[in-house]
Ligand binder design. Structure first.
Ligand code: GLV
Length: 342
């Protein structure tokens, strides 16, 4: 074991691996129940090390940079629970986990409002060119007020198109009421009459939403159906004055097509928190002035990250120590099977 691995000694208790530094709140909760091996670093655990460390573990608290795939599961014969410190679980092969009766838990709900706040930070930043203004000031370029300097687009009174009206999409839509916006939404799963009544949101076919919206914000999960949902054809349907905001998952947007659309002013701007090949960016993206770029920060508030830590820890404690169904599982049918037998 290298010096970066911290071992928290206990009696004979289930062994778990924590793959990244996490808030203390999570560690405090886990410590009484488990023998913990902790890769307590700010960079991803190397895959080979992960595969060797997982061998004797019953539980794993991971983050979204760790691929939990069949290869990892093969290397983890004792694994019973995977808790991801994230709401999204597209990095985990859920079917493979279910086949092996491994429960997967995640952290939905606690980050909804924080993520919606940040989506608005991105939207406002690109519409009103906040980052360009900041660079201008720091670059010593401001020589006094100018009526034609760094003109952005109004937000109030415009049309917001929400793609995916789940928890986060709804929280984003609710905030639009304060800006007096018209809200359109597209959701492949269902329509939401209650949300329509509350926020005056209107259901709209996807292509129509692209045509009509001034701001398009993406809140779908990443799966085969949503991969490159925003592609060159989608950009061609958007208004030339439109802005795209993505705080969901990078591969939902064809990033090369986005660079082309921004470069050719096919749309006016974009703001991204996630990237197709994260942490890399498509060539040319970082040279463009009409895009705001953030390093996957949407849930990154002190309060929310602590709550995510508690929830992620609770998932492992519930499954491995309390032997009960956790509050949130990505494969509840596995919990049902395991815990109804208990
Ligand atoms: C962050 O992207 C998450 O899924 O929690």
């Amino acid at each position: 074991m290298g010096s970066y691995m911290i071992l928290y000694p206990t009696m004979v208790r289930p062994k778990i691996l924590i793959t990244r530094r996490v808030p203390d709140e999570a560690l405090k909760l886990l410590a009484p129940h488990f023998e913990i091996e902790h890769y307590n670093k700010s960079t991803a655990i190397p895959r080979r090390l992960l595969l060797s460390k997982i061998r004797d573990k019953e539980g794993m608290l991971c983050i979204l940079t760790e691929k939990v795939d069949r290869r990892l599961l093969q290397a983890a014969p004792r694994l019973k629970a995977v808790s991801t410190y994230s709401v999204g679980f597209d990095h985990i092969d859920i079917a493979a986990c279910s086949e092996k009766r491994i429960v997967v838990t995640n952290t939905p709900g606690v980050l909804t409002e924080t993520t919606a706040d940040f989506t608005w930070a991105l939207l406002l930043a690109c519409a009103r060119r906040v980052v360009e203004g900041d660079r201008f000031m720091r670059g010593g370029k401001y020589k006094g007020w100018d009526p034609m300097m760094i003109l952005g687009s109004d937000v109030h009174g415009k049309t917001l198109g929400v793609v995916g009206l789940g928890r986060i999409g709804q929280a984003v839509a609710r905030r639009a009421m304060g800006f007096g916006m018209k809200v359109l939404y597209y959701d492949a799963q269902m329509i939401f009459p209650e949300v329509e009544r509350q926020f005056g949101a209107q259901y709209c076919e996807f292509q129509e939403l692209l045509r009509q919206s001034d701001f398009i914000t993406v809140h779908v999960v990443l799966d085969a159906a949503t991969h490159h949902m925003i592609d060159e054809k989608a950009f061609a349907l958007m208004k030339r004055s439109a802005y795209l905001i993505n705080a969901a998952r990078g591969p939902i947007v064809d990033e090369k097509a986005l660079v082309k659309a921004l470069r050719g002013q096919r749309i006016r701007g974009a703001a991204l928190d996630v990237y197709e090949f994260e942490p890399k960016m498509a060539q040319g993206l970082s040279q463009l002035a009409n895009v705001v770029l953030a390093p996957h920060l949407a849930s990154a508030s002190l309060e929310t990250r602590a709550k995510m830590g508690v929830m992620a820890a609770e998932g492992l404690v519930d499954v491995l120590a309390r032997r009960k169904t956790p509050a949130h599982a990505a494969n509840p049918e596995v919990c049902e099977e395991i815990f109804s037998r208990a």
